[in-house]
Design a protein around this ligand. Structure first.
Ligand SMILES: [Zn+2]
Length: 545
C-alpha cells in the first residue's frame, strides 16, 4: 500500500482515516518528517523507503510523547496544543528550509543518508531545545523553602501521639506550589497546623505518572508493574488467560495511543477493557493488612478506580454511581447508599459533592472510632484537570511553567483556591471527628503543572506526617515509603518487601503480607457506572490517552 511518494501519502491518509481524525492531527509532525524522508529517497528499494517511513513515524511519535502539550489534539484539547504547535512548526520549517536550500545549491551531493542524518539531526536538536525549554521542573524546592521560611521556627512542640491511631488523608493532585501560596496567605489553616507540628516531604512518584498506579503504590508499597494496577483499565484478549495490566507505553502515553484505538474497535474485536478494582492489587493494601492484624479500620472511597467490597473490621465506603455506599463489619452487614448530590460538570458541583462527602465521612469516623482512617478526595485534581483545558496564556501563566508557580489570583480564577479551601476545611472536619491523639498522614500522589503538562512528567507530590518528633522538612521521599510509614505508625511491622518507613523507626520485618494476608472479597454486585466514567473521561481525569 505504501510504496511510493504518492502511494505513501494516500496510504497515510488511509491510515489516518482508519485510526480516526484525532490521530491524524497528532501525527502531523511525523507526516512532515515522513514526506521529507520520502523526498530524500525517491527511487530507492521499497524496503528502504518503508524503513524510512517507519523511522520517521517513530521519530514523530517519540517527540509527541516528549512534548506534552503537542499531543493534546488527541484528547480534544486543540486550544492547549496551539501554544506548542507553533513552536514545533517553526522547528520543522527550519529543518525543511535547510534541506531545500542545500538540495538546490548542491543538487548532486545533497541526497542520500547524509541528508537524512542532517535533517534528522536538525529536527532532533530543535525539538530537544524546545523540550528543554518547556518541560517543567519536577521538584518543588522553591515552594518548600518559602514555606519553611514562613513556618520557621517550628514552635509547636509535638503533642503526644502514641503509635496506634493514624488518619490518612489522600488529596489527589495536591501540589506544593499551591500549598505554599495558600498557606502563606492564610487560606489553609488546618494544613498550616499540620505543617507546624509535622515533618514535610516532597513525594517522588518515581517513574509512575497516573493516579491509579500511584494510589496503588501508596496503599500497598508496591510499584506499578508489581502492584497489579497501572492505568484505569486492564485488558482481556481472547486466547490470553491473564489480563493485560497496561498496554505498551512511551513516556506517559500508550504507544500510538493504542488504548483509544483498541477501545474503539472493541465492538467488533476479540478484546475487552474494564475498570480496574482493588481486587486487582497483587499485594494487600494497608487497610486489609491492618484489619487482618486486629485493627479497626474506616476506609472512605480510597482509590480513583473501583473499590471491591471486602470484609474488614470496621467500615468501607465507596463511590457508587456518584453516591457513596457504605458497608459496616462482616459479610452479613448491610450496604447503605447515601446520596451525595452536586455534579461533576462544574467546579461548584464538585465543591457541593466534596462538602457532602466530608460530612458523611466525619460521621462515620466519629461513630466507628477506627484505628486506621482513610479519607481520599480527587477534588483538587478534578478542578485542575478542568482548568487544563485552558491555554497557559488564558490562565495568566507563562508556557514554560519553570519559575512561575501560580499566584493566588490564578488559583482563584481557576477554581483551585476554592478547591484547596474546601479540602482544608474537610481535613479539619475529618480530623476532628477522627479524634486525637492520632497521627495524620497527608499525602498527594503527584503535584500538578498548570501549564498543560498536568502530572505527565511526575511533579513531586505532598507528604506530611504530623505530629513528628522532628518537625520541619524531611527531603524527597519515595512514594513506596508511605505504606510502611502508616503501618509503623499503627504499631505494625512493614513486611520484608517494603521500603523503610519515614518518620518512624524501622523495626524487625515480617514475611511478605502478600503471602499471609488474603483479602476476603465479597462477590462484585456493582458495575461501575459507565456514565460517570464518561464524565470523568470528558474532563480528562480518566484515560486511556
Ligand atoms: Zn492523581
Amino acid at each position: 500500500m505504501i510504496n511510493g511518494r504518492l502511494d505513501g501519502v494516500a496510504g497515510l491518509a488511509w491510515l489516518a482515516l482508519w485510526l480516526g481524525a484525532p490521530f491524524f492531527v497528532v501525527f502531523w509532525p511525523a507526516l512532515v518528517a515522513a514526506s521529507l524522508v520520502l523526498r530524500i529517497f525517491p527511487g530507492g528499494p521499497t524496503f528502504r523507503r518503508l524503513g524510512s517511513l517507519v523511522a520517521a513515524i517513530l521519530f514523530g511519535w517519540a517527540w509527541m510523547a516528549r512534548l506534552e502539550p503537542a499531543h493534546r489534539p488527541l484528547v480534544e484539547r486543540v486550544s492547549l496544543a496551539a501554544d506548542t504547535a507553533l513552536d514545533v512548526v517553526l522547528v520543522v520549517l527550519g529543518a525543511a528550509f535547510v534541506y531545500v536550500t542545500c538540495a538546490r545549491r548542491y543538487p548532486t551531493r545533497w541526497h542520500g543518508p547524509l541528508a537524512t542524518v542532517a535533517v534528522g539531526g536538525l529536527l532532533s536538536a530543535g525539538l530537544l531545545a524546545l523540550a528543554h525549554w518547556q518541560v517543567p521542573r519536577r521538584d518543588r524546592d522553591a515552594a518548600i523553602e518559602r514555606l519553611q521560611a514562613f513556618l520557621a521556627p517550628p514552635v509547636d512542640p509535638a503533642p503526644d501521639a502514641t503509635p496506634g491511631r493514624v488518619l490518612v488523608v489522600g488529596v489527589d493532585g495536591m501540589d506544593w506550589n499551591a500549598v505554599d501560596v495558600l498557606v502563606r496567605a492564610g487560606d489553609l489553616p488546618a494544613i498550616a497546623r499540620l505543617l507546624r507540628a509535622g515533618r514535610a516531604y516532597q513525594l517522588d512518584p518515581g517513574a509512575m505518572r497516573l493516579s491509579p498506579e500511584l494510589w496503588s503504590a501508596i496503599y500497598t508499597g508496591w510499584p506499578a508493574g508489581r502492584s497489579g494496577i497501572e492505568t484505569f483499565w486492564s485488558w482481556n484478549f481472547a486466547g490470553l488467560s491473564s489480563r493485560i495490566v497496561a498496554l505498551p507505553k512511551f513516556g506517559t502515553h500508550e504507544v500510538f495511543f493504542l488504548g483509544r484505538l483498541l477501545s474503539r474497535l472493541e465492538p467488533v474485536a476479540p478484546w475487552r477493557h474494564r475498570l480496574v478494582s482493588t481486587a486487582d492489587l497483587a499485594s494487600p493494601p494497608i487497610w486489609t493488612i491492618a484489619s487482618a492484624q486486629g485493627r479497626r479500620v474506616g476506609v472512605f472511597d480510597p482509590v480513583p478506580y473501583a473499590l471491591r467490597e471486602e470484609v474488614v473490621d470496621g467500615f468501607l465506603a465507596w463511590n457508587e454511581e456518584g453516591d457513596v455506599a457504605v458497608r459496616h463489619g462482616d459479610a452479613a452487614g448491610d450496604r447503605v447508599i447515601t446520596p451525595i448530590g452536586g455534579d461533576f460538570d462544574s467546579v461548584e458541583g464538585l465543591l457541593v459533592r466534596e462538602g457532602n462527602r466530608v460530612r458523611l465521612a466525619a460521621s462515620l469516623f466519629a461513630e466507628g472510632r477506627p484505628d486506621l482512617g482513610i479519607y481520599y478526595t480527587k477534588l483538587v485534581d478534578l478542578v485542575a484537570h478542568h482548568d487544563s483545558w485552558l491555554r497557559p496564556s488564558q490562565r495568566g501563566l507563562t508556557p514554560d511553567g519553570r519559575s512561575d508557580p501560580p499566584d493566588r489570583d490564578t488559583l482563584s480564577r481557576t477554581g483551585l483556591l476554592a478547591a484547596y479551601r474546601r479540602v482544608d476545611a474537610g481535613l479539619a472536619a475529618v480530623l476532628d471527628a477522627f479524634g486525637t491523639p492520632a497521627h495524620v498522614v497527608l499525602v498527594s500522589d503527584h503535584g500538578f503543572n498548570l501549564n498543560g503538562y498536568e502530572h505527565n512528567h511526575g511533579p513531586f507530590g505532598v507528604l506530611v506526617v504530623s505530629p513528628s518528633p522532628e518537625p520541619g522538612y524531611g527531603g524527597v521521599a519515595p512514594v513506596l515509603g508511605v505504606a510502611p510509614t502508616v503501618l509503623a505508625l499503627l504499631g505494625l511491622p512493614p513486611d520484608e518487601t517494603m521500603a523503610p518507613p519515614l518518620d518512624a523507626p524501622d523495626g524487625p520485618r515480617v514475611p511478605a503480607y502478600r503471602l499471609s494476608v488474603t483479602p476476603r472479597f465479597l462477590p462484585a454486585v456493582h458495575q461501575p457506572d459507565s456514565g460517570l466514567l464518561e464524565r470523568l473521561r470528558a474532563i480528562g481525569y480518566v484515560g486511556p490517552r
